[in-house]
Design a protein around this ligand. Structure first.
Ligand code: R5P
Length: 308
């Protein structure tokens, strides 16, 4: 096996953990914006694992597709993709006639390019599981135990709070693993950057440290609204914990200014708030995927978990 990291994905150090040959995908940008990739020729005859950071998605996806094709040209045995953050999963339905369903199109593009895919907590709403969208084996690993581990280690008497009713199951599992009570806000999204949150009744937990937990911080509107609601109700300054810290534009600063006591994310998207390493989860999933090739009947199995 050879593990080839694309730019922006070198921090995972997966090759070391998998005891595989490490390598880099060289990405050259020409002055006009076109891109050329280069792979080590040592990939020939090996299972290739591409590791890619897909943010911002449109800039990052073409080098991945070109790298997969270049790998095939080197007569590799297989090409898998680890995309710790998998973009475009939110738009899974046409809300107006004529609207594109990006989740389906994106899954089709990736399924044509690679033999398997592994990601962390994809943002699925109406798609029940990754395997429903992908034509190749697709595995979702779940960061809930890592989030809970971080909370257990760093927060005394936490109260786990989810931003919306859809997050209830996931938040409940983080809370259970962290040995803490939980509750969820009710949320109405009014636009890309505007949400209205209603605080649940938390009176019984007033002495506890609120920990807001979400899968994604994108525009930051959800987390910021939750932080402000807790401040208004005079709870302690909350700690914000998320799997994917996308922090579009000024989202991080906005959240800090709103009064978050701390902001903690996993390293699926590289950011100064990263405090939780998902590499062990990814490595375990790669080994399971490669093992399953020799186990008939497990080709499209997905790691079990709740979907939102
Ligand atoms: C919603 O379903 C998600 O769990 C997040 O709450 C949401 O995607 C966060 O987005 P934003 O940061 O733009 O409010």
């Amino acid at each position: 096996m050879i593990v080839l990291s694309l730019p922006g994905a070198r921090h995972f150090r997966l090759a070391r953990r998998l005891q595989a040959m490490p390598g880099l995908v060289g990405v050259h940008r020409f002055p006009d914006g076109e891109v050329r990739v280069s792979l080590p020729t040592a990939a020939t005859g090996r299972d290739v694992v591409l590791v890619a950071a897909l943010t911002p998605p449109d800039d990052c996806i073409l080098p991945v597709l070109f790298a997969a094709s270049a790998a095939r040209d080197l007569a590799v045995t297989s090409v898998g993709l680890i995309a710790p953050y998998l973009p475009y999963m939110r738009q899974d339905r046409a809300f107006e006639p004529g609207q594109g369903v990006s989740a389906r199109y994106f899954a089709a593009i990736l399924s044509d390019a690679v033999d398997w895919l592994i990601t962390v907590d994809p943002h699925l709403h109406r798609i029940r599981s990754l395997s429903d969208a992908f034509g190749v084996p697709a595995t979702a690993v779940h960061a809930a135990p890592l989030l809970a581990g971080w909370i257990r280690e760093h927060v005394a008497e936490p109260l786990i709070l989810g931003p919306d009713s859809e997050s209830r199951q996931w938040v409940a599992s983080v809370a259970e693993l962290a040995g803490a009570p939980c509750a969820v806000f009710s949320k109405r999204r009014r636009g890309d950057r505007t949400v209205a949150l209603t605080l649940p009744d938390l009176k019984a937990h007033r002495h506890r440290q609120p920990v807001l937990v979400d899968d994604i911080i994108s525009s930051g509107a959800t987390m910021t609204a939750a932080v402000r609601a807790l401040w208004r109700a005079e709870y302690r300054a909350p700690i914000c914990v998320a799997v994917h810290g996308l922090f579009a534009g000024e989202a991080f600063e906005m959240l800090q200014d709103a009064g978050a006591a701390a902001i903690v994310t996993t390293n699926t998207v590289r950011h100064p708030s990263n405090a939780i390493d998902v590499t062990p989860l990814l490595a375990e999933a790669v080994l399971a995927r490669l093992r399953s090739r020799t186990t008939p009947g497990r080709q499209r199995e997905e790691v079990a978990g709740e979907h939102r």
